[in-house]
Design a protein around this ligand. Structure first.
Ligand SMILES: [Zn+2]
Length: 51
């Protein structure tokens, strides 16, 4: 049993899932260039600090 192979596969699966989830957001975000506002968390990523 190779733990390294398991971890590598798990990381690849996670990256694939993240890519699948993020890709539609990137495409939808790229189509709307100036329709964003201060509420756009993508253009204005909110940090965990509550300032
Ligand atoms: Zn935006």
């Amino acid at each position: 049993m190779s733990l390294l192979a398991y971890v590598t596969g798990l990381v690849l699966v996670v990256l694939a899932v993240v890519a699948i989830v993020v890709t539609p957001l990137l495409i939808a975000h790229a189509r709307t260039t100036h329709d964003h506002g201060p509420t756009c968390w993508w253009c204005h990523p909110r940090l965990r600090r509550s300032r």
